[in-house]
Ligand binder design. Sequence first.
Ligand code: IPM
Ligand code: MG
Length: 361
Amino acid sequence: MTRKYRITLLPGDGIGPEILAVTVDILKVVGKQLDIDFQFQEALIGGVAIDETGKPLPEATLKMCRDSDAVLLAAIGGYKWDNLPREQRPETGLLAIRAGLNLFANLRPATIIPQLIGASSLKPEIVAGVDIMVVRELTGGIYFGKPKGIFETETKEKRGVNTMAYTESEVDRIAKVAFETAQKRGGKLCSVDKANVLDVSQLWRDRVTLMGEKYSDVELSHLYVDNAAMQLVRAPKQFDTIVTGNLFGDILSDAAAMLTGSIGMLPSASLGLEKPGLFEPVHGSAPDIAGEDKANPLAQVLSAAMMLRYGLNEPKAAARLEKAVFEALAQGYRTGDIMSDGMKAVGCKAMGEVLLRILES
Ligand code: IPM
Ligand code: MG
């Protein structure tokens, strides 16, 4: 029987519309093949939303997202909006949609793709076989804690304030996702904090340790964030699943992404307790190459695969997309960001055509 899913598309800014268009074509083909009826609807977020409505996340967009089974986001931001006040910045729209859909768990895989191992700035023997999942808390911590703002002191000096805070229940729910993720992967979970200095981290560590008692099949370890950053570039293969707070996760997931050498290849999933989840590439909107048909659409395609796997429970369709991506790389097709000697250079659209050909063969 046909499964029906309503998917909200958020193309956003920069290269967003180009990479999302390629991905939608691919989803349509896989849908036909596997009897899945995707109903696409599009909404505004980020800079384009600011230009058209004055707000980076219009109410109508949030409503449309809430009304759907999954949200597929491309990228937001660009030079044009960089100097607006914070409440009108594209990034604020991204934070608002995370909060508005209660997407507290952000899954960011950093997996070495054998064909692209040369793209890493680290030695091949250090990164070969790296397969890390960073589980980042996404709706709490210092990104959202109060008080926040720039205030004036008694001496009329300005003072900038943000607050890193986690409640027990916030730690528990992300820890649960992380333990369950680790169970499905290599059975190892490393919790990253700064418990030697921060009280909020001590609570984090206590709660994760307590939760660990329920998951005897997962080997739990703890690292301070500075050491974790060092270990990630020193010996990344020691990691399987990492769980950490919002800010540490932001930083460590970029470092983990760079192990693979190709941030243009990495997808992510942001999940709450219920649908819809939001799925987006880790890379940004690359305004410098927007509209030039140069963008790498593969992270967006892999984000659609994560949508199918984690958001819609369609693992078969997910595997088809992933297989097509690896096959395209195996056949030597490369966009500029991952190009190397002897490979076949293609643009965004042509890469999409290669994927379609592979899917239909
Ligand atoms: C990310 C980005 C965002 C974040 C920015 C664009 C708000 O860096 O998704 O990692 O800090 O969460
Ligand atoms: Mg980031």
